[in-house]
Design a binder for this molecule. Structure first.
Ligand SMILES: Nc1ncnc2c1ncn2[C@@H]1O[C@H](COP(=O)(O)OP(=O)(O)OP(=O)(O)O)[C@@H](O)[C@H]1O
Ligand SMILES: [Mg+2]
Length: 244
């Protein structure tokens, strides 16, 4: 069974067509990446998959449920790491995790034990009582990752999970995502780092101006087009890589 299926997905923001009739399928346990320049429509696709907003037309199914008909049931089974951090600045690190756990009706005791486990997972165990405003940008990103898995999601959606991280933190997030993959968690991610896509993704969709230019495995793309994944990306989008 596919975890996500999109058919002729279109999203308009007023007169702007941000996603222009795309089709894709993501299988269970797969790590699927969306690549493409700024404004290609990657975040828009993510937001539709995690039921933050509906498509303008077309159909998107997650766990075989329509995103416009069953958003609550879908949301209960997914984790989301949005592109923009949306942690509660008035709360501490631990409180942020506990409040989030409440949305999923996770009992307090269970929430406390998974929160402390997750803080270790993202190497923030010493920061439990720290206010969000006193964290560095990279620490906030790692906390957002911890928060996204508090409900033990079957599908994890990661919008630029390692943007702004130092090399050590980036490698440690890659390790964490590989561990989740080993547990059969389905991963959907966007990234501007071709190395990240090559290391993690079973398949990538290269997007440009709201359309999918190609979908394939990184290794097949490199074989078909020559060069490394960055060369393939440049060839297919005709744009330079924009490193945040
Ligand atoms: N809420 C919104 N209202 C109006 N236009 C929007 C909105 N969100 C995105 N857009 C527009 O839709 C297009 C696609 O944006 P989107 O954020 O999906 O791109 P992206 O591929 O995620 O880019 P980036 O790599 O910069 O994150 C852009 O032209 C953007 O300006
Ligand atoms: Mg984006």
């Amino acid at each position: 069974m596919n975890i996500v299926t999109a058919r002729n997905l279109i999203k308009d923001y007023g007169p702007l067509r941000a996603v222009d009739g795309i089709d894709f399928e993501i299988g269970r346990g797969e790590c699927f990446g969306f690549l493409g320049p700024n404004g290609a429509g990657k975040t828009t696709v993510m937001r539709i998959i995690y039921c933050f907003m509906p498509p303008s037309s077309g159909e998107v199914k997650v766990f075989d449920m329509d995103v416009t008909k069953d958003p609550s049931r879908i949301k209960a089974r997914i984790g989301v790491m949005p592109q923009e951090d949306n942690l509660d600045p008035d709360l501490t690190v631990l409180q942020n995790l506990l409040v989030y756990a409440r949305y999923f009706d996770i009992p307090k005791k269970e929430a406390l034990s998974s929160a402390s486990e997750l803080l270790k997972f993202v190497e923030l165990e010493g920061k439990a009582k720290t206010k969000i405003g006193d964290l560095s940008g990279g620490m906030k990103r790692r906390l957002t990752l911890a928060r996204s898995v508090i409900n033990n999601p079957e599908l994890l959606i990661l919008d630029e999970p390692t943007t702004g991280l130092d090399p050590h933190s980036r490698h440690s997030v890659w390790d964490k995502l590989k561990q989740l993959k080993e547990k059969e968690t389905t991963l959907i991610l966007t990234t501007h780092y071709m190395e990240e896509a090559e290391r993690l993704c079973d398949r990538v969709a290269i997007m440009d101006a709201g359309k999918i230019v190609t979908i394939n495995s990184p290794s097949a793309l490199m074989r078909l087009h020559g060069g490394n994944l960055e060369d393939v990306y440049l060839k297919l989008t005709g744009k330079d890589l924009i490193l945040p």
